[in-house]
Design a protein around this ligand. Sequence first.
Ligand SMILES: Nc1ncnc2c1ncn2[C@@H]1O[C@H](COP(=O)(O)OP(=O)(O)OP(=O)(O)O)[C@@H](O)[C@H]1O
Ligand SMILES: [Mg+2]
Length: 568
Amino acid sequence: MRTRQALERTLASIDGRGYGSYKQLHGTYDLGLFRLAVDHVQVDPYAPPSKARAVLDLDATGLPADLIDTARKRVAVSDFLTRRCHEAARKATDGDRAVSFGTPGQEILPRTSVLIADDRVEARFEVSLPARGRRVLGRVAADVLTGTVPRIVESSLRYDNLDAEALRAHVELHLDQEHLRARLGERGLVAFVGDGAILPRRSGDSDLPMSDGATPFASPESLRVSFDLPSGRTVTGMGVPEGVTVVVGGGYHGKSTLLRALERGVHSHVPGDGREWVITRHDAVTVRAEDGRAVTGVNISPFITGLPSGTDTTRFTTTNASGSTSQAANLVEALEAGASLLLIDEDTSATNFMIRDELMRKLVPADREPITPFVDRVRPLYEELGVSTVLVAGGSGAFFAVADHVIALDAYVPRDVTDAAHAITDGPRETPAERAAEDATRVFAAEARRVPAANSLRPKNKTKPAKARGRGAVQYGTDTIDLGAVAQLIDPAQTTAIAHILDRLADLLDGRRSLHEAVDEIYRRIERGGLDALSPHSGHPGQLALPRRHEVHAALNRYRGLRITMRD
Ligand SMILES: Nc1ncnc2c1ncn2[C@@H]1O[C@H](COP(=O)(O)OP(=O)(O)OP(=O)(O)O)[C@@H](O)[C@H]1O
Ligand SMILES: [Mg+2]
């Protein structure tokens, strides 16, 4: 290990030389409180920034043992420390982002930015090494590496300099949210929306809470439940029961806002977000129409059969799905990935996938219509597979008859209007027993899991590792996998992780493993080796955040090179 003086000498000696001289920085330096590891040096000022780590002995951080003795607590502490580093870096560099620890959003996700290991804490950052033209600015670089970075580390990673109460509250909140999520099932619920929650966001392009004028959430009396949490806190709010729940209400009354909050409720939220107590089952998946996407070997026959083209819909494959077929594929793929709750908004749905009204049923005979609409399948989904649905439908009463619960939003205030809705339609259409008697064949057959062909993820056109392009796309060879419509992929760092996962999956697909089993194996590796295990680099793993398996499936399913050989 080299000394601080060695680092300063090197920087002084390369000052004014060609940018490539920065390569000499590669290595580890003892900076007293911590070790600075320079893992990757950028080749020129315009290349992606250099990567370095600040490594502290655990003792040097002073973090109390009881805050980091479980994996879950470590996730929360790591999240807290990442945010402190991020703020300190922003202040120290006047927002020019010369030093970056990633930009965490409102969710608490497992991340690589701060690693808490048994013996040490590592903060992983990116640093743009300064230049004039293509010349090294050695003295400025010395300021950053031996001045700015140590100040960030000192203020953000030493317990003595942290707001201890805020840290403890952060950890407690995360544990409470996770606890509540784990208890939903035993209470027969799929989601919980706490009284007082602030669901609307500041603007369409901000995930921060609406600052003023928001109507806090207040549960209808009939659906109110309460939870006692590990911190000693008790929260009350609306419990959304298993089964079929329909959200109705006038335009602009907050329906989509509620659904979007539920879609984000699969993750914990930071204090002050407003959605801390919006908790959804971790395996809830948003299902929407996405015309134009590719679909490979998906059995959409529960919804669509007898296409005019004669296409087999038990192994539906297309390079250009329509509105209805894309939504059907999204739904069936969500089931394959293990969803137990589907979230559907009319705003992003194909109308003909969702409903068909009586007039249309009269005009177009059933045998000319390939689609069995979702309204006819939503009950078998629940009764055969145990998969619940929360659905926004402000424009049609068609779902009243199949809903277990109907919630009306009136100027952002929810009311339970189940009885009124059932009165209009003479009650639920049929009971499960009646349905079973009348139709013993299942709509959703036990599904054979899809097996990708061995070389599916090894196209000839791919010579470089997969690469994330922002939140919504992965570059895979010459293909771009479009993830723009995958609503629950929320952070570019998750997309980066997905890119690495696809590269790992390429080795796992052997023509025998199903897609599901291959993804299982990836999550076992993460369980054992942490998120770092995904990265091909030793040292700095890059800025990664953990995606759910559902988003990994979503990426694979949207890859246009995917080849499926059915499991027999
Ligand atoms: N609780 C609330 N307090 C204040 N404003 C809210 C609240 N909930 C939602 N809003 C705001 O109201 C507007 C409409 O909300 P939203 O898009 O959810 O309506 P909607 O019922 O889905 O409408 P549409 O039927 O037209 O799709 C948005 O700008 C949203 O931010
Ligand atoms: Mg809406």
